[in-house]
Design a protein around this ligand. Structure first.
Ligand SMILES: [Zn+2]
Length: 369
């Protein structure tokens, strides 16, 4: 499924072969939590040229529900998406969204954030939901801990995560179409090097098709994030894809790629776009700023996306200020175009052996890690 094409130091250039298509890595996956990318029409996904998107098991399970997904023939048909889809298991949402979440040995009991109804996610049941969704890549149920967490609590969550992963891979091997759907394990361990290493090693022994790093970028200081990313990645098998969950600012991506991560997802580029913050080749700008009132130059002169080819900063500032919906659409469109182009540059720099140059350039616009 995964081909490692070339490396530049630890940065990896690879290729993922999935049921709905081939994905070049490193890759950024835009987030369609509930089956839609906020403020972005489906046609824009094709125009920008994304290769894979992310959706969320918890949210799709709550609404529209497994019945509707089954009747529709899966998420691909439901949202008319031809791209590969990766789904998060919902573990993170259960632990963070549900005010009444009870961890049991066999799974996580929770109440819907919507109507308070009671549900149970087990290592098997989240795979069943992801079968109904039709995900190209499914994630195992894991137990996330908040930051900071004490060592014994983090260790307990780690042990549970490893045990659940064992149940998940057994169930996957006995009852899933392995060509159609892949499954990734998730490394936890909070900010403790011993737990991260132990968790990564023991999950690697279970021989999953791919590995994710979870529980980072949850409020820990940047140096701890970088340390954990590096320590965990070093323990993961070289020939399997590596996915850093929920991480995706240009700076975090460039640093994680330098540690050998292949896949990313994050709501940040779309979320900040809706607040008027835009990524450009000269760093972040906020389009609301008065300095753009009569600035009739393109948003980013080095970007050739639809928005940058057609509209000035002055116009984009105006429509944002008066609350036009198209402002949110254009800002989202540009930020995702920026992410797509950044990943293209990351890939070609690894191929050319110039990744460190690109890394320094990103540092100069987005700050040092
Ligand atoms: Zn643009």
């Amino acid at each position: 499924m995964f081909e490692l094409i070339t490396k530049d130091n630890d940065a990896r250039r690879g290729r993922l072969k999935l049921f709905h298509g081939t994905v070049e890595t490193p890759v950024f996956m835009p987030v369609a939590t509930r089956g839609a990318i906020r403020a972005l029409p489906g046609s824009a996904l094709d125009e920008i040229g994304f290769e894979i998107i992310l959706a969320n098991t918890y949210h799709l399970y709550i609404r529209p529900g497994v019945d509707v997904l089954d009747a529709a023939g899966g998420l691909h048909k439901f949202m008319n998406c031809k791209l590969p889809v990766l789904t998060d298991s919902g573990g993170f949402q259960v632990f963070s969204l549900s005010d009444l979440c009870k961890v049991r040995e066999d799974g996580a009991e929770f109440r819907s954030h919507l109507d308070g109804s009671k549900h149970l996610f087990t290592p098997r049941s989240v795979l069943d939901v992801q079968r109904s969704i039709g995900s190209d890549i499914m994630m195992v149920l894991d137990q996330c801990v908040e930051y900071p967490a004490d060592h014994s609590y983090a260790r307990e969550a780690c042990e549970r995560t490893i045990r659940w992963a064992g149940e998940a891979i057994d169930y996957y091997r006995e009852s899933f179409d392995r060509e159609r759907q892949k499954i990734f394990a998730i490394v936890q361990g909070s900010t403790y090097p011993d737990l991260r290493k132990d968790c990564a090693k023991r999950l690697a022994d279970l021989d999953f098709p791919g590995y994710a790093i979870g529980g980072l970028s949850v409020g820990e200081p940047k140096d701890l994030y970088n340390e954990m990313s590096e320590i965990t990645t070093a323990e993961l098998p070289e020939d399997k894809p590596r996915y850093m969950m929920g991480v995706g600012s240009p700076l975090e991506i460039i640093e994680s790629v330098s540690h050998g991560i292949d896949m990313f997802d994050c709501v940040m580029p779309t979320r900040i776009a809706r607040n008027g913050t835009l990524y450009t080749s000269q760093g972040r700008i906020n389009i609301r700023n008065s300095q753009y009132e009569k600035d009739f130059t393109p948003l980013d002169p080095e970007c050739d996306c639809y928005v940058c080819r057609n509209f000035s900063k002055s116009y984009l500032r105006h429509i944002f200020r008066v609350g036009e919906i198209s402002a949110l659409i254009y800002n989202t469109y540009h930020n995702l175009s920026y992410m797509k182009k950044l990943m293209l540059r990351v890939r070609s720099s690894i191929e050319n052996g110039t990744f460190e140059e690109l890394r320094r350039e990103i540092h100069s616009y987005y700050g040092r890690p």
